[in-house]
Design a protein around this ligand. Structure first.
Ligand code: FES
Ligand SMILES: [Fe+2]
Length: 375
């Protein structure tokens, strides 16, 4: 992680903004055509040329705690299953049986093998086809040549990244990051919810603090600040820091002794469609899976922040924290994004304008546009 992004630098940048009544500002303003949220062709291009070709976080490593742990779901429209093998390695496969294409796994769980529900063809955790019932009905069929079809998977930063097809040029900025999810963080809730909203409108709502006063006057504003953020862009990604009022107490603490835990929220946007929100007592890994131009599945993994290991008190605190953020503030954001979606066809706007306080969104659109043009 660059020095500018470390906790102490961020604390200093926040304190300076509080003292000077300023916030981080971007270089430029961006005009994003409204048609880009409404066009089927654009969504197909985003999925085929960007989502499938980017190393994308599929789930936290902690969602696969032991050998045989698996998660099956669609990523960029492709059914995948990701599983931890007996060797501890995580592998990803296209979730389709080599007989007649039935999905070999659903949801999540722990299993010694994948047994296709249709006719019982059985694959081991490395994807090899090990058993065909009544195999004599398939004369000459080569089991070895029909494993589950693998997809590139890599564990990094406490996340499982999956790349479906030949990837865009590498983004080394992720290699410079510290671990995002530590080994003592535990998944204590997972949720899937569909919203009638374009995936980019949903994403935009996470990565600017210019809306805090208007949208969250009673939920977040009393604890936080109006339009006071530290914004870091790295590679294709970004991180927006939302400080709490209580961070002011750090002004009295020598810089080298300052700790920011519980004093701010970090929201990482990992290009293209993943958000990691590090809150006071819990962390969310949020994956936005586009289903249609106006429909998005939000998959959320909620984890403890670590340090507490399996301590029940730490878990209870994490649950309370998650409930507060998930009910009040999130409902306010949901109401806004749904209203934006309903108004997309109003004809009022040819383009939306993202200003200098919304620089993480500007960076996202610049990056997405460049990725679409390159491929
Ligand atoms: S489709 Fe899987 S065993 Fe037939
Ligand atoms: Fe919000």
């Amino acid at each position: 992680m660059t020095t500018r992004m470390d906790d102490r630098s961020v604390a200093q940048r926040v304190l300076d903004h509080i003292a000077n009544r300023t916030t981080d500002v971007g270089q430029s303003v961006w005009r994003e055509p409204v048609a880009n949220y409404r066009s089927e062709a654009r969504l197909v291009a985003e999925i085929e040329k960007v989502l499938k070709r980017s190393p994308t976080p599929f789930c936290p490593s902690a969602a696969l705690p032991e050998a045989g742990s698996y998660v099956a779901r669609e990523a960029a429209g492709t059914p995948l299953v990701v599983v931890r093998g007996t060797d501890g390695k995580v592998r990803a496969f296209r979730n389709a049986c080599r007989h007649r294409g039935m999905q070999v796994a659903g949801g999540s769980g722990c299993s010694k093998a994948f047994v296709c529900r249709y006719h019982g063809w059985t694959y081991n955790l490395e994807g090899r086809l090990r058993h065909i019932p009544h195999e004599d009905g398939f004369p000459g069929f080569d089991k070895e040549a029909h494993p589950l079809v693998p997809v590139t998977a890599r564990e990094h930063l406490g996340l499982v990244f999956v790349t479906q097809s030949e990837s865009l040029p590498g983004d080394e900025s992720l290699d410079q990051l510290d671990e995002l999810i530590g080994p003592d963080q535990r998944v204590f809730a997972t949720a899937e919810r569909d919203f009638e909203v374009n995936w980019k409108i949903l994403l935009e709502s996470f990565i600017e603090g210019y809306h805090i006063k208007s949208t969250h006057p009673e939920s977040f504003l009393p604890y936080g600040f109006d339009n006071l953020n530290v914004i870091d862009l790295f590679g294709r990604n970004s991180r927006v820091t939302y400080p709490f009022q209580r961070i002011k107490k750090l002004a009295k603490i020598p810089p080298q002794k300052r700790r920011v835990e519980g004093l701010l929220t970090y929201v990482y946007q990992l290009f293209p469609n993943v958000l990691i929100t590090v809150l006071s007592r819990h962390t969310n890994v949020v994956i936005l899976e586009p289903l249609a131009i106006d429909r998005t599945r939000q998959i959320t993994y909620t984890l403890t922040n670590g340090g507490g290991g399996d301590d029940p008190a730490a878990l209870a605190e994490a649950r309370r924290d998650a409930e507060f953020v998930g009910t009040t503030g999130a409902a306010e954001d949901r109401a806004v994004v749904q209203a934006i979606q309903r108004g997309l066809g109003s004809g009022a706007n040819e383009a939306f304008t993202f200003g200098k306080f919304e620089s993480a969104i500007v960076h996202f659109h610049q990056t997405l546009t460049a990725a679409l043009e390159r491929s």
